[in-house]
Design a protein around this ligand. Sequence first.
Ligand code: SF4
Length: 370
Amino acid sequence: MKYLAEYRDAELVHSTIAKIKETVSQPWTLMEICGGQTHSIIKNGLDQLLPDEIELVHGPGCPVCVTPLELIDKALAIASQPDVIFTSYGDMLRVPGSQADLFSIRAQGGDVRVVYSPLDALKIAQENPNKEVVFFAIGFETTAPANVMSILQAEQLKVSNYSILVSHVRVPPAIETILGSPNNRVQGFLAAGHVCAVMGYWEYLPIAKKYQIPISVTGFEPLDIVQGILDTVESLEAGESPVKNSYIRAVTEQGNKAAQQSINRVFESCDRKWRGIGLIPNSGWRLNSAYADFDAEQRFNVQAIEAEESPLCISGLVLQGIKKPAECEAFGNLCTPENPLGATMVSDEGACAAYYRYRNQPAENARDIK
Ligand code: SF4
């Protein structure tokens, strides 16, 4: 594929790994924040190509994984109601709630539709004025601009039968939570390139300074990832803690200012519960009071729904880089992608799902690097 193949070039990947081997002199533990990066690392076997001194642990940056169980239950409660059209990206339909998933609600007669954008959901609302149309607005900073755009358009077009069920989380508070934990093992971070394309990396500068930890903004292709690792290892070996931009083709320090202004107009900061981790103060966004009419939780009065995670699941430890998926007793037997018990087996981007999928088959069958 044009403009992508060069970032999967095996020769370039191996020569960058050779530079990492020349640079490293002691063990370092790095965390890639994003589930897309975890998927790429495991799919391409990059962790197995690195020198023994470098351990990669997998962070909480998979939006499907960290959406709390009670939010899924709230979605199911709304989608079960008559006169509701519940819209969502496809990957949320098979995520199990406490008793069911959106697929089974649809099988029982609920009007659950897959859309590719919240603007598609808004169009459905315009076409169905006698129905309530809800969009499941989950994700990190990356998906926030499109979600707020649908609210601003609904306001402008006076579409009153449209609302969103919001579960937005942000990366910097999660990094601070991991670094502030007494069990923290992470010595350097690969920040998520697509998040930084929206938000820039200015928010990471005080974190790197406060915790004396290097952070490299990193993309998703194999060459992007090994370059981010090389930049981080060079910082660690030099005893420095800068924020480096290893994804300059997509990211600037200030990010997309217009997108940030739209987000700040519609959302406000709030505490959010992360599935598998728990409550992180100021780690998410919700609709502010000016746009509360578009809040599906309030419109359908589902705020009080609570849920309990499986006691077998250690995904909270996996998402903080403390344990690897295979250290979970349920991995691959009681817990599989078809029957997930916890957050990180739910999505393709989850660490447990990536290990299950790519460590159960010959790695060369799975690799993209050419
Ligand atoms: S294998 Fe399943 S039960 Fe174990 S940590 Fe992963 S998601 Fe949780």
